[in-house]
Design a protein around this ligand. Structure first.
Ligand SMILES: O=C(O)CCC(=O)C(=O)O
Length: 263
């Protein structure tokens, strides 16, 4: 693909809308293997916590595991894969560093997220709002099972004020209401294997999963190496040695074999 093609496919839509969906970006076999590993993985089962993002009627927790380090496991391999990383390298014209991973286990009857910006949470760590969250759909994401909602173009508002709400920080409600008057709310329905890249300042949230299918996904957060860590303590950022498809497949198989041996 030429530089012009990369600009048209990745950079222009991301800069204009604040998000980019790459449909069916991963092989079906990759998605199936990661799901098998996740379901069999005792370490992950231990790490999964219930949070309480939503209050009121939909006051049900969301199950997720927060991983501050890039692991040497299947999820870490996917986070390092060229498939995931390369579009961001084109968008930022920079190498990319991993910040954290969320395994989001959105089962039927579990909760949603109020509108927020990820840089609303992570402003204190980074000088620039150049921050990307990457949602990898492992199950189909639909309106019924609480797919992500984004407000198209809202990254151009800059960082809004956030306040605590349940276990979340939520964006200022008046500003969110104004954004929804002016901008389009997009329900990001995605097939399994599709990948959504979203800017640190885009307003996003989701409804609770009121359907009867699970909506599991991985969310990786990254910053370009050109961003600057501003906290006094050392960063947990990890530089990435990218894995091609063959290396990714080998890492997934290695993790699955370890699990089958009970390790
Ligand atoms: O997966 C979801 O429903 C929402 C996730 C989200 O908003 C986030 O991780 O910032």
């Amino acid at each position: 693909m030429s530089m012009d093609d990369h600009r048209e496919q990745y950079t222009m839509p991301f800069e204009r809308d604040g998000f980019l969906i790459l449909e069916n970006h991963l092989e079906e076999t990759t998605v199936e293997q990661i799901l098998r590993i996740w379901r069999a993985d005792p370490t992950l089962a231990e790490d999964v916590k219930e949070n309480s993002n939503f209050k009121g009627e939909e006051g049900v927790g969301t199950r997720l595991a927060y991983r501050p380090r890039l692991g040497e496991d299947a999820y870490g391999a996917l986070a390092r894969s060229a498939r995931i990383i390369e579009p961001m390298e084109h968008i930022f014209d920079s190498s990319i560093q991993h910040y954290y991973t969320l395994n989001m286990q959105k089962d039927p009857g579990t909760g949603g997220w109020e509108y927020h910006q990820d840089y609303g949470y992570h402003y204190k760590e980074f000088f620039y709002p150049d921050f990307v969250s990457v949602m990898v759909a492992l199950d189909p994401a639909t309106r019924d099972n609480g797919c992500l909602r984004v407000v198209r173009g809202s990254h151009r508002l800059g960082r809004l004020e956030h306040e605590p709400f349940g276990s979340q920080k939520i964006a200022n409600r008046e500003r969110v209401a104004l954004a929804l008057e002016e901008m389009e709310e997009v329900h990001c329905e995605m097939s399994a294997g599709s990948v959504l890249y979203f800017h640190g300042n885009i307003l996003h949230g989701s409804n609770a999963n009121l359907g009867n299918t699970s909506r599991w996904c991985l969310i990786f957060s990254y910053v370009p190496s050109t961003n600057r860590w501003v906290l006094p303590q050392a960063s947990q950022l990890t530089s990435i040695d990218m894995l091609d498809d063959a290396a990714l497949a080998a890492s997934l198989t290695a993790h699955e074999e370890l699990l089958s041996k009970g390790a």
